[in-house]
Design a protein around this ligand. Structure first.
Ligand SMILES: C[S@@+](CC[C@H](N)C(=O)[O-])C[C@H]1O[C@@H](n2cnc3c(N)ncnc32)[C@H](O)[C@@H]1O
Length: 230
């Protein structure tokens, strides 16, 4: 089947998949959830098609990060790199005030699903910003979201080139309060894609900061989370 036909099929099924995704979210929110079950749902949420929510993360690594983030009781979280909304799902359950998630891809009809991620009792608001994190005008839009309160946790998981990840760190770290956290995904050296170059920046940054690593297995290909305590 051509990509065009597949896309038409996805569009035709969208209203059903949308309704199913909201039903699943309501079911998920119907009872209090432990952090582990929030992370599991983020890795593969039971929704499909244009409303598929998932995250390509190593379970033990993202759980360790989620625990570290939960421990600082974050009010505000900033994420660069939304993709299928998996990690956004976790942050929306941890932040008590606001999560801003950014992606160069337009979330389109998925946006209302993202906004519905926080559990019903939460005051957390999800804001999705569509644009290139490296553009000055986009950075100003992000900064405007945090004029009254700083970011407690910044997750950098967008552009994985060495220059790209370095730019995201240098251009957004000023938003994070002292005592806050900054994490990077894919800090392992061995990567399937040559454009995954986070390791090279992380190797330079690590000796200069209060760093920690969550790595499932030292020989794994890909993944690995680097954490900076600001
Ligand atoms: C690895 S995915 C993010 C995965 C997501 N954090 C998760 O684990 O559920 C990387 C995302 O970053 C986005 N991205 C890449 N370069 C970007 C840029 N310069 N600005 C904003 N988003 C970017 C891509 O479109 C992609 O959706």
């Amino acid at each position: 089947m051509s990509n065009q036909l597949r896309e038409i099929g996805r569009r035709l099924r969208a209203p059903f998949n949308r309704a199913a995704a909201f039903r699943e979210l309501e079911k998920f929110h119907a009872r209090p959830r432990e952090l582990e079950s929030i992370v599991d749902a983020a890795i593969k949420f039971p929704s499909e098609g244009l409303f598929r929510v998932e995250s390509i993360q190593q379970r033990s690594e993202i759980q360790a990060l989620a625990r570290a983030v939960a421990a600082i009781k974050p009010r505000n979280i900033l994420e660069i790199g939304t993709a299928r909304g998996g990690t956004l799902f976790i942050w929306a359950h941890l932040a008590s005030r606001k999560v801003v998630s950014c992606d160069i891809e337009d979330p389109g009809i998925r946006r209302p699903l993202y906004e519905a991620f926080p559990p019903p009792e939460s005051q957390c608001k999800v804001v999705h910003l569509h644009g290139n994190s490296h553009e000055a005008a986009f950075r100003s839009r992000v900064e405007r979201e945090f004029t009254t309160e700083p970011v407690d946790f910044l997750f950098i998981d967008g552009d994985h080139t060495e220059r790209g990840v370095e730019a995201d760190y240098n251009e957004y770290k000023h938003l994070v309060r002292p005592g806050g956290l900054i994490a990077f995904h894919d800090v392992i050296e061995k990567q399937a894609l040559p454009t995954n170059q986070v390791f090279y920046f992380w190797k330079r940054l690590k000796p200069q900061v209060n760093a920690e690593e969550f790595i499932d297995h030292p020989d794994q290909c890909g993944f690995g989370i680097g954490l900076v305590r600001v």
